[in-house]
Design a protein around this ligand. Structure first.
Ligand code: C2E
Ligand code: MG
Ligand code: MG
Ligand code: MG
Length: 279
């Protein structure tokens, strides 16, 4: 049996879809090499300002192509990296690369605000404010060009510590968003205790917004409540024009989704931008 276990792991490269356990073990083993091997990259998904129809910035999304098993989705490897602690190195790498890209866009005369996903594990480590400041300084990026998106996929253990770190970053000029609001993990309690500049409504709530009056009513209430608190609202997962129309009608501030644009490499984003400006 021992022999067979070994050979299954050995076959992971040849059969990426085979043996989920072996794949998991492979991912866990390979994560520490991902940053060093330059197997990671960032894609950027545009955010649309619904009031003006203009570009409101982009969200950075990490991509990993392992040399043996090929692309591994963040939904698959981020939870593993959170368990092993490797998320701290990956998170620092993402912040550094996002700030380098921000600098490049500033220099090109096309500055874009970048939102970066941050794990509760990074907050729990207590190192996030220093890592963020170092990345901004290294590339000479003004804090207002960066927003941090916090997901509650892993529970925020020390909420008071998280809140005070985020407060410090907001005072520096950064944006702070609560991600995936309305998904299984996010809670009303977080809304009350975390200092926020933006709330991102999870795609599960946007899915039926154009056909389901209850969905629309919930989102409308959220927008009114949050805007009343001085917090902007972004809708995630907009896949149809009718969803976008509904969101605009409800007064939602910004939106993201495949209907607007998929995540793209920076070079593709720049090409689309140029094209739009010459039309
Ligand atoms: P998220 O932050 O909520 O990012 C949105 C996800 O929805 C992305 O998946 C994006 O590609 C996808 N998406 C965008 N538009 C649509 C749409 O119209 N319909 C649907 N169905 N999906 C859409 P992705 O890139 O696979 O990322 C999944 C999650 O992994 C992210 O969810 C985020 O929680 C996490 N993640 C991604 N990059 C990072 C990172 O650098 N650090 C950390 N800690 N987490 C990350
Ligand atoms: Mg996000
Ligand atoms: Mg989200
Ligand atoms: Mg998500």
């Amino acid at each position: 049996a021992k022999q067979e276990g070994k050979s299954r792991i050995g076959h992971v490269g040849a059969c990426p879809e085979k043996a989920p356990f072996a794949r998991q073990a492979h991912i866990r083993r390979r994560i520490p090499t991902a940053v060093g091997d330059s197997a990671l990259s960032l894609q950027y998904q545009p955010v649309l300002d619904l009031a003006t129809g203009e570009d409101a910035g982009v969200e950075a999304l990490v991509r990993w192509v392992d040399r043996e098993i090929g692309p591994v989705a963040p939904g698959e490897f981020i939870p593993v990296a959170e368990q092993t602690g490797e998320i701290l190195r990956i998170g620092a790498w993402v912040l550094d690369r996002a700030c380098a890209q921000s600098r490049a866009w500033i220099d090109a005369g096309t500055p874009r605000k970048i939102a970066v996903n941050v794990s509760p594990v990074q907050l729990a480590s207590g190192t996030l404010p220093a890592v963020v400041r170092a990345a901004l300084d290294r590339h000479g990026v003004p804090p207002r060009m960066l927003e941090l998106e916090i997901t509650e996929g892993t529970a925020i253990a020390d909420v008071r510590s998280a809140a005070s770190q985020l407060r410090g970053l907001i005072d520096l000029g950064l944006g702070v968003a609560l991600d995936d609001y309305g998904s299984a993990y996010s809670s009303l309690a977080m809304l009350r205790v975390l200092p926020l500049t933006t709330l991102k409504i999870d795609k599960a709530f946007i899915k039926d917004i154009d056909v389901e009056p209850h969905s629309a009513a919930i989102v409308q209430g959220l927008i009114q409540t949050l805007n009343g608190m001085g917090v902007r609202v972004t809708a995630e997962g907009v896949e149809r024009e009718s969803q976008l129309d509904t969101l605009r009608h409800l007064g939602c501030d910004t939106a993201q989704g495949y209907w607007i644009s998929p995540p793209m490499a920076p070079s593709d984003l720049d090409r689309v931008h140029k094209l739009e400006n010459t039309l």
